[in-house]
Ligand binder design. Structure first.
Ligand code: PXG
Length: 462
């Protein structure tokens, strides 16, 4: 495809004048003279308006699983737009792509998860979860079950319910969150909170905190536990061995619904179709987005168990919830084609048996760096922890550190897009990434750590 010629300085000026980008510091952005304008992308590489190529170690925003430039997805969208660009699912109507996508997802989710509700974003999916779960308990004759248990540092979205379920403390003051009925417990973040602790003991301690909280608020008041299989935006927190099995058992012991947020982990990221399958647990509801369409169009879904739908059918009456774009036919057609590509190209197996293990090995090359406290990965999601003292988990600026963004900026300057989260940098590349591109990623991170060291040593705590 021929790239269009944009007037980049003018776009940056207009960006400041009129555009309010997502999760930005508007004062800082104004001083900076506007955002970096990304104009095109191909495979695993994005290009900015000045023609600078950047290897996309983040798959857009944890979502472009099949990589950029997929003509098939473009065609699927165009054909669906010509045939039927829109129709809703409100008035006893549905469209072929919505029905077929629900069917495909039921097949991939497997087991009891045989029903699907559509939305447009991960946040909306979690809003749906919250309303559906509370409605379910209400009509089941247990109306007191309203509390959701979530974890510190979890990310479940940016809407009122999504950000409340999330455990990002800095998000809560914006909009007066969390809304009532959300309890946050420990995150299974071993490097920060269980350093030098035995892995199983740490898993048991984190799970015990969930059980303790259930008992504190009263099991009869708890509706659900929600968690990401691997916490993504929280810093790629891979739970210790045995953690998820314990959480699953606790939920079942107290009759609490288990909600798994697969918005990042779903669709091959961990080397399985879904993270819950990797960890061997059986959720009652599953939130999906991002990799569902590889980000080509906005669409999300909630997988729901047979048991919940049985109750909704028998006692639920009208489920007065839904969005104009629930089951949008064009987004659903693109998602269907995207799933077809993931299957046809064996991308899930590729992550599990090929590039995932290769990525883990490649990350180990960074272990010798004096700033690296730990490298970790699962499938194609990974993190590098930055420490001030080798062999410890001490940081340059205390617990809520700032080393990650410094190294991130150096990586971007050197041609690699990563996220900087507190004192770590995290990666989540497209599932089509090659071994050579992984080598390049690791090489750039290594060089960037060396280059950023003086700036890191100069960091001061607030
Ligand atoms: N759940 C999870 C696990 C997510 O990662 C959402 C829900 C919300 O999805 P939507 O589509 O409403 O954004 C997400 C989104 C970051 C970052 O800082 C991460 C996300 C979104 C924006 C920024 O890494 N994840």
């Amino acid at each position: 495809m021929v790239a269009r010629n944009y007037d980049i300085p003018e776009l940056r000026r207009l960006d400041v004048a009129h555009h309010l980008p997502a999760q930005a510091n508007y004062g800082e952005l104004e001083k900076l003279g506007g955002s970096r304008i990304i104009t095109r992308a191909e495979g695993c590489t994005i290009y900015d308006g000045d023609g600078v190529a950047i290897l996309d170690g983040m798959a857009g925003l944890w979502c472009v699983n099949v990589g950029y430039g997929r003509e098939e997805l473009v065609r699927a969208a165009a054909e669906q737009m010509q045939e039927l660009p829109f129709y809703n699912t409100f008035f006893k109507t549905a469209t072929p792509p919505a029905v077929l996508l629900a069917t495909k997802l039921a097949e991939k989710l497997g087991g009891e998860l045989q029903h699907v509700f559509f939305n447009s974003s991960g946040s909306e999916a979690n809003d749906t979860v919250m309303r559906m779960v509370r409605h379910y308990w209400n009509v089941s004759g247990q109306p007191k079950r309203t509390i959701f248990i979530s974890r510190h540092n979890a990310y479940h979205g940016s809407t009122m319910a999504g950000a409340s379920l999330g455990g990002m403390k800095h998000m809560h003051p914006i909009g007066g969150l969390p809304i009532p009925g959300v309890e946050h417990v420990a995150q299974p973040y071993k490097f920060n909170e269980g350093f030098n602790e035995d892995e199983e003991a740490f898993a048991a301690r984190c799970a015990q905190e969930i059980e303790d909280r259930i008992l504190k608020v009263g099991p009869e008041n708890v509706a659900a536990f929600i968690g990401e299989p691997v916490q993504g935006a929280g810093g790629v927190i891979i739970p210790p061995k045995g953690y998820w099995k314990r959480v699953d058992a606790i939920c079942k012991k107290y009759g609490i619904l288990l909600v798994v947020d697969e918005v990042i982990c779903g669709f091959g990221r961990l080397g399985s179709w879904f993270g819950f399958q990797h960890f061997g647990v059986t959720p009652d509801l599953v939130a999906m987005a991002k990799g569902l369409s590889s980000g080509y169009l906005p669409i999300s879904a909630v997988g729901v168990s047979r048991e919940i739908v049985k109750v909704l059918r028998e006692k639920g009456g009208e489920f007065v919830h839904g969005y104009t774009y629930s089951g949008h036919p064009v987004a659903a057609a693109v998602a269907l084609k995207n799933l077809e590509i993931i299957e046809r190209e064996g991308l899930v197996e590729r992550v599990k048996n090929d590039v995932g293990p290769y990525f883990a090995e490649a990350l180990k090359r960074l272990e010798g760096d004096p700033l690296v406290g730990e490298v970790r990965s699962l499938g194609l999601i990974g993190a590098v922890e930055i420490v001030s003292q080798k062999g410890t988990n001490e940081r340059f600026t205390g617990k809520e550190g700032k080393a990650g963004p410094v190294v991130r900026d150096t990586c971007i300057k050197n041609g690699l897009m990563v996220r900087g989260i507190r004192d770590s940098i995290v990666m989540c590349p497209p599932l089509i990434i090659t071994r050579a591109e992984i080598d390049r990623m690791i090489d750039i991170i290594g060089r960037s750590l060396r280059e950023a060291e003086p700036a890191l040593r100069a960091l001061k705590a607030d």
